[in-house]
Design a protein around this ligand. Structure first.
Ligand SMILES: C[S@@+](CC[C@H](N)C(=O)[O-])C[C@H]1O[C@@H](n2cnc3c(N)ncnc32)[C@H](O)[C@@H]1O
Length: 258
């Protein structure tokens, strides 16, 4: 619920980088307060900043990818299907665990929310390879390029789990497909401070700072987008205390350039 809370607060702010009209409804339905007491500590502020910037960055990447197939892996309470102005013909797949998609459906249905593209919910466990079958059964066509988003997931997975998931994504990605995701932090940052270990100990690190190298070695042409550069582009300069950032990657033809 932390991500929905951050999106609700940003949506209510002046000069917000995006508007998510459903985020507050998710928080309310969870029974959690919108503004918990005590207020956010330094780590929560760092994470909230990263969440806000990444939300807008991925909005822009997804909307301008030029693909009519969009797959949100671990979609959670992502409402892009409902809040972005998708080109006609876009079909968007949301993959997540069944209880999460059920909760989301209940909250959105109660608000009579209508998707602004074709939307397919795909209940599946991304740690089992059968999620690819569920996605194809929902209509996904692996022979045509697609845009993939893996937002807020890999940090909770081990390197092996992350590699297995991204290997399957690669197998489903026709040349020209695009993948967007976070890269792990490089070097020691505020996130390594022992005072925040109660949060960071839940993280397994994904592919860490080696995410771009892994992609380059597995048929992708990755591009790094450091958080501070992206944030500055959106008029939110920062010193990037978390040392994090994002990656966009293009699927190369077998053995070639994108
Ligand atoms: C931090 S949330 C991020 C959600 C969303 N991508 C966003 O940024 O708003 C992580 C999401 O990963 C999903 N998730 C975790 N493990 C999963 C699994 N094995 N299979 C499918 N989804 C999973 C959770 O249900 C949750 O919705």
């Amino acid at each position: 619920m932390a991500v929905a809370r951050v999106r609700a607060q940003e949506s209510a702010a002046e000069n917000a980088l995006f508007e998510d009209p459903y985020a507050a409804a998710f928080v309310a339905a969870s029974g959690e307060p919108l503004r918990p007491r005590p207020g956010p500590g330094p780590l929560a502020a760092v994470l909230a900043f990263q969440t806000v910037v990444r939300t807008r960055f991925y909005d822009d990447q997804l909307l301008h990818s030029g693909h009519d197939q969009v797959v949100l892996l671990a979609a959670g309470l992502d409402t892009r299907a409902y809040r972005l102005g998708w080109p006609p013909g876009t079909r968007l797949y949301e993959v997540d665990l069944p209880p999460v998609l059920d909760f989301k459906h209940r909250v959105l249905a109660a608000r009579s929310a209508e998707p602004r593209c074709e939307r397919a919910a795909v209940p599946a466990d991304l740690l089992t390879p059968t999620w690819a079958d569920r996605l194809r059964e929902a209509g996904f066509d692996p022979t045509r390029p697609a845009t993939w988003l893996v937002e807020g997931l890999l940090v909770y997975l081990t390197a092996e789990q992350s590699a297995a998931l991204l290997t399957t994504v690669g197998e489903l990605s026709a040349p020209g497909s695009m993948l967007a995701l976070e890269r792990g932090r490089s070097g020691r940052t505020v996130l390594d401070d022992p005072s925040v270990a109660h949060i960071t100990s839940l993280w397994k690190g994904g592919l860490g700072a080696g995410t771009a190298d892994w992609l380059a070695g597995h048929g992708w042409h990755p591009r790094n987008h450091p958080l501070d550069e992206v944030a500055a582009h959106y008029g939110r300069p920062t010193a990037n205390p978390s040392g994090t950032g994002f990656i966009t990657a293009l699927r190369t033809p077998r053995g070639g350039q994108p």
